[in-house]
Design a protein around this ligand. Sequence first.
Ligand SMILES: *[C@@H]1O[C@H](CO)[C@@H](O)[C@H](O)[C@H]1NC(C)=O
Ligand SMILES: *[C@@H]1O[C@H](CO)[C@@H](O)[C@H](O)[C@H]1NC(C)=O
Ligand SMILES: *[C@@H]1O[C@H](CO)[C@@H](O)[C@H](O)[C@H]1NC(C)=O
Ligand SMILES: *[C@@H]1O[C@H](CO)[C@@H](O)[C@H](O)[C@H]1NC(C)=O
Length: 181
Amino acid sequence: MSPILPLLLLSLYLTLGTTLAQDDEEPLLRVLPPAIAVTPGEEVSLVCSHYPEDLEADLELQWYLPNSEEPISAQEFNETTVNTTQDDILRFSSENGTLTITNASLSDSGTYVCRNVDRTLEVEAEVKVYVMPSYVTEIMVVLAINAVLVLVFLGCYFWSIINDRRYKKQQQAREKLGHKR
Ligand SMILES: *[C@@H]1O[C@H](CO)[C@@H](O)[C@H](O)[C@H]1NC(C)=O
Ligand SMILES: *[C@@H]1O[C@H](CO)[C@@H](O)[C@H](O)[C@H]1NC(C)=O
Ligand SMILES: *[C@@H]1O[C@H](CO)[C@@H](O)[C@H](O)[C@H]1NC(C)=O
Ligand SMILES: *[C@@H]1O[C@H](CO)[C@@H](O)[C@H](O)[C@H]1NC(C)=O
């Protein structure tokens, strides 16, 4: 047997091994859940973390509001020290990679971004705050009204058929009586 095959296998093994090892070393950020939908007043909680796991680095992860260049924690620090009127930011919290939004409002909908401290890694999460569309109830009302109208129509239709038959029978009876006379 030629010695080439084992050599090939060995080199293949080494190449695969090193690429797999490189993939393993490439850290990523991931967020769970990657998207969330809530109704106003509910709480949102998104957990951002390093993959592979790095609990120590997770502590320094920062969440950003949609289209914001300042991390939530910095805006919060600003609010509590400068005492601006932007106290809505206090509904948000970003600690240890976990973004929490309390008392969600419709305007909280958007794409939130989690970044590591030197901004080399980031991951996005979609938050959707929605109210149950009122047209669902409107459609139900329309359907109910239509059902009533259909019932009324059918009722009238059968009523007229029954009356018609009764009338015809009465006429036939009268005609028979007439013939007898
Ligand atoms: C802090 O608040 C001031 C005034 O509202 C604002 O100009 C500044 O950009 C804020 N800084 C941060 C980090 O949000
Ligand atoms: C911030 O402003 C509120 C009123 O807007 C006031 O009650 C509170 O004492 C202020 N806090 C500080 C630290 O200045
Ligand atoms: C940070 O979060 C992770 C998982 O979410 C948890 O295991 C860890 O104990 C937390 N660390 C701190 C200091 O809160
Ligand atoms: C939640 O937010 C609404 C307005 O968006 C406000 O009227 C209500 O008082 C808030 N509730 C709490 C518990 O903060």
